[in-house]
Design a protein. Structure first.
Lengths: 260, 693
């Protein structure tokens, strides 16, 4: 059984005022195995965030279902959803999404506190994370007192501290300078090597070239996917940029054939 | 040319930043309007014509006006700071675009000038509208008996204009300092980032608590003195300032310190229920502490005003019966060391006769004496106002009214006549009764003016004191006890040295005439006026002072005045409550925008919508109700002063005061609560909209 199964997922945005409905996701199906590191790429507006939000259970799909370890969470009632999200999923966002009212340490503890985890257990988990994240000295600071890279590392710590089945990251390097971005990507590789499953949406080819598998999305559908196989990051980088060139061109159907 | 550009910029920036300017301007308008009304009222001739407490009321009003005036400064600085913080990035941007900071100062000045103009104009307009409204209704009720002159309003307006010009100048200076002190980067980030953390929340909290305790104790001290609080105006002023300062300290620093303490208790803090609540509470108090403190102080003020006015209104009838017990009463008071002028007495009787009226007359002697209650002695032989007497009591620097007793001495003949009794007294024996002093027969002995000690005779048939129907000279709550002494013979009681006694001015002869009028109200008024004018022309004013009043007239005036006061207090309070709530509402809503992104994050991180709602509810509840709870506490501890003040003005009935305090608190809470409900609903809606895409 796959860790995550997305079956013919459809998302249509329709507003009460406008007659035209936007089909953001059009019959997307794919599955993710445990320990995979997947990058999702595509033009802006192609539906990447919508897909990730659906997987993150932040948004309900119009049709289709999503199974995490065999549980269809589109069926989980609303009041249990928050707890489910807390214990199975971890998020990293482009704009960090840290609470200004909490110190970094408290931000990291937040999901655990909501799970009623005892303090000593929270401390133990955080101490285990500190060496690889390098945030030991800024834990008592507030988010507005530290740099973007540090904020993002705190956000990663917050995502990891619940030992989630799946980490979802929506353009995590989008707001970072290149050095911080590299550090973050290395961090992702490191945690992936420890067995953590990651799905990351990204614009950046170099970011995507850290992943094991790359999904390309166009107009709400999966257009193509690349497996790393034994390729190095640089080789993967070239393959991705070639694919993107084709993706940007206006002829979808022949390429879809190639993808299949 | 440059001026034109700047004024254009200033106008457009106010219009563009309307949502930010409106709360600031609104607060300014409230403050000026309330200040103006209070100041104008304190100079109003209507208030001074109050029988017993007019002077106290005038002092109270003026005092409130001054307090509001002083209080306006921190309050407007607070609203202005909020405004500036939100606009700082704009200034930063100007700076980046190449406008020097010095060059922005004239712009700031013009903006403040414009704001000031709007505030003063609307404030005076609203203020005088309300004042006129109350005034005209007052005049209507009083049938034009009181004449108002317009120049008083102008004087008040002038003071208002000057004082708020000064206040806005301070605001301008604050802005300028901030603009020049902060770096461009700081300016750009000011609105986004948290305020600088407080340096010594613990110290400030301790100081705040200390000042608050002192103020409360001072309130009890003033309340325990048997004098009008207006005699202790400096203490009152200090304690009020103390309450204002400590309220600020406790809201700004105390709340933060409290949250910090809670956060340090990890077992308590790191639980789903408390974690978000406490941390966001701390954040919220940090930003809103001084705003809440301001609202709390204003709420206290409103509560005091409401209570005072309610009690005043309710107390009028009590006052009427104690101060004007008779339909028509004529009181003749002997001047200086003369005794009652018998020819004047004859004139009065003749005048009454000519109007076909009969009266019950009695002579009495009024004196202020010491009541050594514990020793059971009332001593009339010492002049309590003399220097020797003051010096002989070294332990008390201030003679306390609670130690004094106002003795009214009447002769047995008058007494028997008035009360239709048939009592006889031996020599050296007196009858004594008091409703306020509570003397019991066994403990008391009386030292007369002649130094002679009298035995006290009690009888079961002593009629209730109220039947004596004398006009009360002292307000009931003054602490001076009233005591009636019936003696066989006044002149022997006074002793031989009459001139010496009366020349001190502490023993005074009175002759009172109690006339019943069994005709209609209008006729009573005309009879009263006719008698008054007859007497004015016929009586010898050198030997006697005369007062002649019908109860009808006084009752009309009094109820008109108290009604007008209540009306005014009610309007001022209502407007204030609504506006204060509006400010809170406005702040909540604008903060709702910011907070909704925070709540959005919480939801994404795994907080359920229910959890978010309960957090929001708790915060709203606290921000709304902490000011009113604290102001209720202030009200409670200020009650001793309020009680004394009311007692000296008009009413001494404790249950009336307690009832009115509760009534005004409830009125306030109900209005406040409806605004709260309204606000929380729209706030929650906003949060829900944001987090339910
Ligand atoms: N809340 C929404 N309401 C309506 N349309 C939306 C909403 N969110 C996204 N869309 C539309 O759905 C499409 C996919 O958006 P999104 O998933 O954010 O793209 P991406 O993240 O790949 O840039 C876009 O056409 C966008 O306009
Ligand atoms: Mg996106």
């Amino acid at each position: 059984m796959s860790l995550l199964e997305v079956n013919s997922l459809k998302k249509i945005y329709s507003s009460a005022f406008k007659s035209n409905a936007v089909t953001a996701l059009n019959n997307i199906s794919f599955s993710v195995e445990e320990g995979e590191y997947i990058a999702i790429m595509g033009e802006s507006g192609s539906g990447k965030s919508t897909l990730l939000n659906a997987i993150a259970a932040l948004d309900t799909p119009t049709s289709g279902n999503i199974l995490l370890k065999g549980t269809d969470f589109t069926k989980i009632p609303d009041h249990k959803m928050a707890a489910f999200r807390r214990s199975h999923l971890g998020f990293v966002f482009q704009d960090f999404h840290l609470l200004d009212t909490l110190t970094l340490e408290e931000n990291i503890y937040l999901p655990l506190v909501l799970n009623n985890t005892p303090l000593h257990e929270m401390k133990r988990r955080l101490n285990a994370l500190i060496p690889s994240l390098g945030i030991g000295r800024i834990l008592k600071n507030y988010p507005y007192e530290v740099s973007g890279g540090q904020k993002q590392r705190a956000a990663v710590a917050r995502a990891l501290i619940t030992y989630p089945d799946l980490i979802l990251a929506d353009e995590p390097t989008g707001a970072l300078d290149s050095r911080s971005a590299d550090e973050l990507l290395n961090l992702f590789n490191e945690i992936n090597e420890n067995g953590q499953t990651i799905i990351m949406v990204t614009h950046s080819i170099s970011a995507a070239s850290h992943a094991n598998r790359i999904l390309f999305i166009k107009d709400g559908a999966i257009f193509h996917q690349i497996y790393r196989g034994t390729a190095s990051n640089d080789e993967l980088y070239n393959t991705i940029s070639k694919t993107l060139t084709v993706l940007m061109s206006k002829a979808p159907s022949p390429i879809r054939r190639i993808a299949n | 040319m440059k001026l034109k550009l700047y004024s254009k910029l200033a106008v457009s920036s106010i219009i563009k930043n309307k949502p930010l300017f409106i709360p600031h301007i609104l607060s300014g308008v409230i403050m000026t309007a309330v200040f103006f009304i209070l100041y104008a009222l304190s100079g109003s001739s209507a208030i001074e014509q109050l029988p017993a407490g007019g002077v106290a009321l005038v002092v109270l009003l003026k005092y409130s006006a001054i307090l509001i005036g002083f209080f306006s400064i921190p309050f407007l600085i607070y609203t202005n700071t909020t405004l500036f913080k939100n606009r700082a990035p704009e200034f930063g941007l100007y700076n980046v675009l190449g406008i020097g900071r010095i060059a922005m100062i004239p712009l700031l000045f013009l903006e403040n000038l414009l704001t000031y103009g709007i505030v003063i104009f609307s404030g005076l307009f609203i203020g005088s509208l309300l004042f006129k409204l109350a005034e005209t209704s007052l005049i209507r009720i009083m049938k034009g008996n009181i004449s108002y002159s317009l120049h008083l309003d102008l004087a008040a307006a002038f003071v208002t204009v000057i004082w708020y010009a000064f206040t806005f100048l301070i605001l301008f200076l604050c802005d300028s300092v901030k603009l020049l002190k902060n770096s461009t980067v700081d300016l750009l980030q000011t609105s986004h980032y948290g305020d600088t953390p407080l340096r010594h929340p613990k110290l400030s909290t301790v100081i705040g608590l200390f000042i608050l305790t002192c103020s409360y104790l001072a309130s009890f001290w003033v309340g325990s003195r048997g004098e009008s609080p207006t005699n202790h105006s400096l203490t009152c002023f200090n304690l009020t300032c103390g309450i204002i300062i400590s309220t600020y300290l406790l809201f700004v620093a105390g709340s933060i310190y409290f949250c910090q303490k809670l956060q340090q208790n990890s077992e308590f803090y790191f639980t789903p229920k408390h974690f978000i609540t406490i941390s966001s509470l701390k954040h919220r108090m940090h930003r809103n502490g001084s705003g809440l403190a301001s609202i709390c102080i204003l709420a206290t003020f409103v509560l005091l005003t409401l209570t005072f006015s309610f009690a005043f209104y309710r107390g009028c009838s009590t006052m009427l019966s104690s101060h004007y017990p008779n339909d028509l009463s004529i009181v003749m008071q002997a001047k200086e060391d003369t005794s009652i002028d018998n020819s004047n007495a004859e004139t009065i009787e003749k005048t009454l006769e000519s109007h076909g009226l009969t009266s019950q007359a009695s002579s009495l002697l009024s004196a202020t004496a010491t009541s050594a209650y514990s020793a059971g002695i009332i001593d009339m032989s010492a002049n309590v106002y003399s220097q020797e007497f003051q010096n002989s009591r070294p332990k008390k620097f201030f003679p306390n009214n609670d130690d004094l007793v106002d003795i009214r001495v009447i002769s047995l003949d008058d007494y028997n006549k008035l009360c239709k009794t048939d009592i006889t007294l031996d020599d050296n024996t007196v009858l004594i009764m008091s409703k306020t002093a509570g003397y019991t027969d066994k403990v008391l002995s009386l030292v007369g003016c002649d130094g002679h000690t009298y035995a006290i005779k009690t009888t079961d048939t002593i009629p209730p004191l109220t039947e004596l129907k004398y006009n009360n000279t002292y307000p009931e709550g003054s602490g001076i006890k009233e005591c009636y002494v019936v003696v066989p013979d006044i002149s022997s009681f006074l002793g031989t040295d009459v001139t010496g006694k009366t020349s001190y001015g502490y023993v005074t002869y009175y002759k009172e005439y109690d006339v019943s009028l069994s005709v209609s109200k209008e006729d009573q008024l005309s009879i009263g006026n006719a008698i008054l004018s007859d007497l004015e022309s016929s009586i010898d004013h050198i030997s006697s002072e005369l007062s002649c009043a019908t109860r009808v007239e006084k009752s009309d005036k009094l109820s008109g005045l108290s009604g007008g006061l209540l009306f005014l207090a009610f309007i001022v309070s209502l407007i204030f409550i609504l506006m204060a709530s509006l400010i809170i509402y406005y702040k909540q809503i604008s903060e709702g925008y910011e907070d909704s992104s925070q709540f959005d994050i919480m939801r994404k991180v795994g907080l359920s919508l229910n959890g978010i709602h309960s957090t929001v509810n708790f915060q709203l509840l606290l921000t709304f109700f902490s000011p009113i709870i604290i102001s209720g506490l202030h009200l409670l501890f200020l009650t001793p002063i309020l009680y004394r003040l009311l007692a000296f003005s008009i009413v001494c009935n404790k249950s009336i005061i307690i009832m009115t305090t509760i009534l005004s608190f409830c009125t306030y809470s109900i209005i406040y609560f409806s605004v709260y409900k309204f606000t929380s609903n729209s706030y929650l809606k906003r949060i829900a909209n944001k987090s339910n895409p």
